[in-house]
Ligand binder design. Sequence first.
Ligand SMILES: [Zn+2]
Length: 156
Amino acid sequence: MDIVFIEHDDNDRFRDVRLRNKFYSVINSLESRLLVIYTELNEGVLSAAKISIMDATSVIDCTCCTRNTNNKNWFLIKMVFSSSNDAVEMLIHELCHVMQYLSGQLDAGSSVSELTWKGEKFILNDIEPHRRPWERDAILNALTLHKYYIASSSST
Ligand SMILES: [Zn+2]
């Protein structure tokens, strides 16, 4: 999995090399773990994935992850965060969404107001964010992954 930081003029905290390095270490320590959780995925698919990340705190209200419609290995995470620990937690959560997309569990619907989860169509306006099954899945798995990351980063 490749990550690229998008630089821009307002509120760009990813210019901070320590924060970038933290993100690299999250990805390095969790890649194999992600494949244990999202078993439908193989290593080749994961290593072909490319994730662009930007600090969008001054631009939008909450963090989101979108998949490029032309290149399905390509994702954009716009991040809204208050501290580096906060950013790490969000990164882990958004990585779960990337895995959901790559494994085919989550897929674009026929319009932007729709998503498909494990073959079932969901109209986004009809279901509150915390009730969406892909959010529940990401929240649960991110919790496990975060614990694993903390344990692996404190043992080195
Ligand atoms: Zn989410």
